[in-house]
Write a protein of this length. Structure first.
Length: 90
């Protein structure tokens, strides 16, 4: 027996509310973790932060490239400043 359209709409509305609540829980959890890590104190462009989060997500998913084809932020390898003639004085 087919479900009436009204029942389907009610079910969709209920599921959308559940999704909204789940997303809110996830956002609060990730936000708390980011604040504990000190992200809130860093002035960073939202796009750069999104790219960094996508890189982390890819790493934990076991992917080899970041999501959405974005390139991860590039940082020089350790000791790059010394290789360029800059000395690291203590």
């Amino acid at each position: 027996m087919k479900k009436p359209t009204a029942k389907i709409r009610e079910e969709i509305a209920r599921l959308q509310e559940q999704l909204k609540q789940a997303e809110t829980r996830d956002a609060e959890r990730i936000g708390r973790i980011a604040l504990r890590a000190g992200i809130g104190e860093i002035e960073i462009d939202e796009g750069d932060l999104l790219s960094a989060f996508e890189e982390v997500a890819s790493r934990f998913r076991g992917e080899t490239k970041p999501a959405h084809g974005r390139k991860p932020p590039t940082t020089p390898p350790n000791g790059a400043g010394e290789a360029a003639g800059q000395s690291a004085e203590a």
